[in-house]
Ligand binder design. Structure first.
Ligand code: FES
Length: 579
């Protein structure tokens, strides 16, 4: 365990506010226009509350209320809280994709923390990309930091049944196409899918990333699952406010917590919860920020022997409310530890070990958090496939895939873009059946740009009408964490970089072997070389502004799609004052 720093000592914020120099007087004086007593700047911890609140990110629209609760806790512990806004990446609305802006938001977080007089920071996130952008930015600065999630929405409800956000959209949309549901019914269901504050209440990317933050040790234990509108969400916010003040005194920083062991714990917990494939990208990018050597192979290796024991949509049945009432993520972490798959002595923001954080918890519902022998799938991790179609890897979530498609050879039906897919998928003359493999190109980091969540292409109506609900789909895109199916994603290198995906033609045979982790295009090397020589990218890259910077510097999916110049921690020191 890390030796606690001595206290009291001079804090970072005193570089701005301490002493009697002209600049210190100026810094204090301007802050005092908010009505602050003189002793505010007496050397007590100044705590930033980094808030991704936005009314354009509906999942985070309640975060100002939680910020007030954090402030209470900070005051109680003898600190001084200062709330500030950062770029909020709303998954449901932001174009072209929230993912394209994850790195921009992380830059905003990083520079807002580094450039300001704060000694520690509470990171308020919720919607999918907001959590990794906060973690990545804070990790690059490396002052004490702790995450509070906004929490999931209450269960969606429609006609007496639970409906999961995201997952129900995909299901109902397919049902409308197959004629099982009318458009009027679909629109009626819209009213009940998102009926409270909070993030998607399936085990989608938001809940996955809240779980990852907790498994990494970057939240108080139990944070991930508390519903947004449950009073206990306010309580954990207040407790977090108290704790960050202590962390500043102890000098407990992200680099003490985000070790290789912590990442391994998170990957295993992701398998146990049946988490989103998006977590692969976000953890790879975060590891890059703190200099932890993490690769796609770690995902495959560590996930293979982890059973998925959380029975939540999209892999299973229930929603986040039931997960919380069953005991939430601490029960899962304890179960993973009891399987011998956890680094029990990894340190968390509590200052204690992850095992000590969870060892006393109880599973209150074994139909929601399943015993190992009743797991949804024995190998719940992320499968990483390689072969001549994906030399640097592609990923698949086995718990969301169909067992009968795990080893399959089929004829490729190729869509050259998402627009091409939309134009042709509903046509009766589309030459496709359920044995085919749907291939979608140019939806990767550079191709879309920003890796759109379009990899779970809806099936053609002519197949759906036969009662078929799954086919193999391959792309360089991502998939919403709320989606499901035998969907191979993140193919690297992407088509827009000239990856082999760009060379697939209609009628090519593709062989997928998930148990053996291979993805093979049955086309000779000579023919592929011929196609490559004739290949011209159809993508017109963005040139100006952030889009241009993104296209020039974004790394491929196997490296987490961070911008290459953001890799590595840059620390918290800013040597020059502004005056
Ligand atoms: Fe925000 Fe799902 S759209 S969490």
């Amino acid at each position: 365990m890390k030796k606690k720093a001595e206290w009291p000592r001079k804090l970072r914020s005193q570089e701005w506010f301490g002493g009697t120099g002209k600049n210190a007087i100026m810094h204090r004086s301007w802050m005092k226009n908010q009505g602050l007593p003189a002793d505010t700047f007496d050397g007590r911890p100044i705590i930033g509350i980094c808030n991704t609140w936005s009314e354009l990110t509906p999942c985070n629209a309640h975060l100002r209320d939680l910020a007030e609760r954090v402030k209470r806790g900070v005051y109680e512990a003898g600190g001084f809280p200062v709330e500030f806004p950062v770029f909020s990446t709303g998954e449901s609305t932001l174009r072209p994709t929230a993912m394209m802006f994850r790195n921009l938001a992380a830059m905003d977080v990083e520079e807002s923390i580094r450039g300001n007089p704060v000694d520690g920071v509470v990171l308020l996130g919720g919607c999918d990309k907001t959590t990794p952008s906060l973690l990545m930015g804070a990790a690059s600065v490396d002052i004490p930091a702790i995450v509070v999630s906004g929490g999931p929405m209450l269960n969606g409800k429609w006609r007496g049944k639970d409906v999961g956000s995201g997952t129900a959209i995909w299901q109902f949309s397919e049902m409308v196409k197959s004629g099982e549901m009318s458009l009027e019914e679909f629109m009626d269901a819209e009213q009940g899918m998102a009926r409270s504050a909070g993030s998607c209440m399936t085990m989608g990317t938001a809940s996955t990333m809240a779980s990852m933050a907790e498994a990494l040790g970057m939240t108080l234990s139990g944070n991930a699952a508390i519903p947004a509108v449950d009073a206990r969400r306010r309580v954990i916010s207040q407790l977090t406010g108290r704790r960050i003040v202590e962390m500043v005194k102890e000098d407990l920083k992200p680099s003490d917590i985000l070790t290789k062991e912590a990442f391994e714990n998170a990957i295993r917990v992701n398998g146990a919860v049946g988490g989103s494939t998006n977590a692969v990208l976000h953890l790879l990018a975060l590891a890059g920020r703190v200099g932890v050597d993490l690769s796609l192979d770690d995902w495959d290796r560590l996930g293979r022997d982890v059973p998925t024991i959380v029975n939540l949509q999209p892999s299973g049945k229930y929603l986040m409310e039931e997960f919380y009432y069953a005991g939430g993520l601490p029960v899962v972490i304890k179960a993973v530890a009891e399987m011998g798959l956890l680094h029990n002595d990894a340190i968390t923001v509590s200052g204690d070990t992850i095992w000590n954080d969870v060892k006393g918890v109880v599973n209150y519902n074994e139909d929601v958090i399943l015993p190992r022998e009743k797991a949804l799938t024995k190998s719940g991790g992320i499968a990483v496939l390689r072969g001549n179609l994906a030399p640097r890897g592609a990923v698949l979530k086995p718990s969301a895939a169909s067992p009968h498609l795990m080893q399959h050879k089929g004829r490729a039906v190729v869509f050259e873009s998402i627009e091409d897919y939309h134009a042709r998928i509903n046509r009766e003359d589309l030459d496709i059946d359920e044995t085919c493999i749907m291939v979608l190109k140019y939806c990767g980091p550079k191709g879309y740009p920003g890796m759109a969540e379009v990899g779970n292409m809806g099936l053609p109506p002519k197949v759906l009408k036969k009662g078929i609900t799954d086919m193999i789909r391959i792309s360089d895109a991502r998939m919403s964490g709320t989606a499901y199916g035998t969907v191979i994603l993140h193919t690297a290198p992407e088509a827009a970089e000239g990856g082999p995906l760009a060379l697939v033609e209609n009628g090519d045979l593709i062989e997928v072997d998930i148990p053996n982790r291979t993805l093979h295009l049955h086309v000779s090397d000579e023919e592929l070389a011929r196609r490559r020589a004739a290949w011209v990218s159809p993508v017109k890259p963005l040139t100006g502004g952030y889009g241009g910077l993104y296209i020039k510097t974004v790394m491929q999916a196997d490296a987490g799609a961070d911008l290459d110049f953001l890799v590595g921690a840059r620390g918290s020191v800013v040597e020059r004052d502004s005056h």
